[in-house]
Design a protein. Structure first.
Length: 307
């Protein structure tokens, strides 16, 4: 008896280092290596342990409890706004059935469901492992948001070159359609030429993306002694202005070219600072504005966008 006790103690202390066999009720034995347990949910009893090179077999019982994973992934809001979609995705458990208000929502197992405002209700997922174990404790309540989507934000470029949203909070700025990490303030200062737009979230509802604002970093020419030449706004919708301060020149000329063809579409002569270039009738697109003095000693070119 003393010798057997010693063997049992040694075996239990070294259990996690060897292979063992488990049984669950009348289910056939399944081999696994402790502690990397990866098998179906349930209560298992370990037995027929071999202690390795000594070939000593000792009978014992070790309960192993494996639980069903009832977690789900929720993409979207539980209170759904107009036009939005919320996705509920099941985990990788072997079998599951969806319920809405305690009735089967879909007879065929599917990994996810997509819900809109018309799909309000109480949803549950009944998980099973195919061996008689069942869990439907996870409950998800979908409601209809009482709020409407906010109007699409508008963008204005200020004198400092910042793009400004008309919403003070809830903004997300995008560059070429991709969200800019951390760009959530009312203003955003682009560093490169690109298309920018912004969305906003108000009362939990997200707006649609506004129109793309093509931002040109170099739309102002700064010269010595506080002299400058500027064509603004850029992009423009109707009015486009030439502003400048030059010590030797009170007027400038402007030729405007179609960027894609190089064809001159209009020109303006002897313009003073603050003059509207009167190009509202141009088609949407990209244009080059060449600004120059009458003696051609002062010549600069700007790229502008007509929306």
């Amino acid at each position: 008896m003393k010798k057997l006790t010693t063997i049992l103690l040694f075996t239990l202390l070294t259990l996690t280092g060897f292979s063992q066999t488990i049984k669950r009720g009348s289910i056939n034995s399944v081999g696994f290596t402790s502690p990397n347990v990866n098998f179906s949910v349930g209560q298992y009893m370990a037995g027929n342990f071999s202690s390795g090179t000594n070939k000593i077999t000792v009978g014992f019982q070790q309960p192993v409890r494996i639980m069903l994973d009832t977690s789900v992934a929720i993409i979207g809001d539980l209170s759904i706004c107009p036009g939005d979609t919320t996705v509920i995705k099941a985990n990788s458990s072997p079998f599951y059935t969806w319920y809405k208000n305690d009735s089967v929502f879909k007879a065929k197992d599917t990994s996810l469901i997509k819900l809109t405002q018309k799909d309000t209700g109480v949803y549950k997922i009944a998980y099973t492992d195919g061996l008689g174990h069942f869990d439907s404790s996870r409950q998800i309540i979908i409601t209809k948001s009482p709020f409407q989507k906010p109007p699409t934000p508008t963008i204005v470029r200020d004198s400092a070159g910042n793009l400004t949203s008309n919403y003070a909070t809830g903004n997300q700025w995008y560059k070429d359609g991709v969200a800019i990490a951390g760009a959530t303030d009312v203003k955003y200062k682009p560093l490169v030429n690109a298309s920018y737009n912004v969305t906003t979230v108000q009362n939990g509802c997200a707006s649609l993306k506004g129109y793309s604002y093509y931002y040109l970093v170099t739309d102002i020419i700064n010269l010595e002694d506080n002299q400058f030449i500027k064509v603004m706004p850029n992009p423009y919708v109707s009015n486009l202005y030439l502003n400048f301060f030059l010590i030797k020149y009170n007027t400038l000329n402007a030729d405007i070219f179609d960027f894609s063809t190089g064809r001159m579409v209009t020109n303006r002569k002897n313009l003073s600072s603050g003059t509207n270039l009167d190009v509202a009738t141009l088609s949407s697109g990209i244009y080059l504005v060449r600004v120059y003095s009458n003696d051609f000693k002062m010549t600069y070119t700007f790229k502008i966008v007509k929306l």
